[in-house]
Design a protein around this ligand. Structure first.
Ligand code: ADP
Length: 273
């Protein structure tokens, strides 16, 4: 049966021989597929009712004149919760698409990273709001990247938004984009935030893994951001390194293969070349 999946493993057998052991993992693979389809289907089904719900709540909020009333408080809360559900569903959909499609099916294009990071930095400044973080961009405008722009936009903004979310107001977030000594393009985001204890670092990219659930929720987190980041990075043959010191801050670094780098003489937005 050509549709069976077999997992092979070598084991020492006697003094100088090895035994090749095959295990039929077809059922396991099928189960995984069923689980992924299920998550994708459920997310898809939930999307429309949630959008409708959030829309109605928005209308009610707009028509509720007295901003100090109990009704206004309840509506605001319901609206926030429905937005949170919407974000979770969107992230689950994105994650299941990342898990089930092969990157070869996606469109790789030349990306003006300085431009993309400028947009992300601007959005991060909005997210920072009245807390006002200092957001600094140190980018090489001539260094472009061949990648899947939609996915990179999600992943890199997740990392930058996290830096803002987990850094108290007044803190600093630095976004870097450069080529390292080996010619590999590197994206780095460094914050002066709460930091991460070393024991948590290996588990951060697991779905729904959060160090402080209360803080994550209060900041609008879904617990899926770094799981999405991990998949996008894998699909670009890149590597994620996390370094952090509790109470001092964290650095998330993504190193891409040198062959994904492109040199463009013209800086972004400087006209035809
Ligand atoms: P969330 O939606 O909770 O932010 P993520 O998957 O993006 O989910 O991140 C997982 C957890 O990793 C967060 O809940 C937080 O505890 C921790 N984390 C992520 N980025 C940072 C950071 N820059 N500083 C400190 N902790 C972070």
């Amino acid at each position: 049966d050509e549709n069976r999946a077999i997992s092979l493993r070598m084991e020492p057998y006697g003094e100088d021989r090895n035994l090749l052991i095959g295990r039929d993992v077809t059922a396991l693979y099928r189960l995984q597929g069923v689980r992924q389809d299920f998550v994708a289907n459920v997310s898809h089904e939930l999307r429309t009712p949630l959008t409708v719900l959030a829309g109605y709540l928005e209308t009610l909020l707009d028509s509720e004149e007295d901003a100090s009333s109990e009704m206004h408080r309840i509506l605001t809360n319901m609206h926030q919760q429905s937005e949170r559900m919407r974000r979770i569903v969107e992230d689950l959909l994105l994650l299941s698409r990342l898990e089930t499609t092969h990157p070869d099916e996606e469109y790789f294009e030349s990306i003006d990273m300085a431009g993309l990071l400028g947009i992300i930095a601007h959005d991060a400044q909005l997210l920072s709001g009245p807390e006002q973080h200092e957001i600094v961009l140190e980018v090489d405008p001539q260094l472009w990247l061949v990648g899947i722009i939609r996915e990179l936009h999600s992943a890199l903004s997740n990392l930058v938004f996290n830096a803002v979310k987990y850094t108290p107001g007044g803190g600093k977030v630095t976004i870097r984009w450069f080529a390292n000594g080996k010619g590999q393009p590197v994206f780095e985001v460094q914050d002066t935030g709460i930091g991460i204890e070393p024991r948590h670092i290996p588990r951060l990219t697991e779905r729904f893994y959060r160090i402080d659930v209360g803080r994550s929720r209060a900041r609008g987190g879904t617990g899926l951001g770094l799981a999405i980041v991990k998949h996008v990075i894998l699909r670009h043959d890149a590597q994620l390194d996390i370094t952090s010191q509790p109470h001092l801050g964290s650095t998330f670094r993504v190193t891409f293969p040198a062959l994904r780098a492109e040199r463009h003489r013209m800086a972004s937005g400087s006209g035809p070349n």
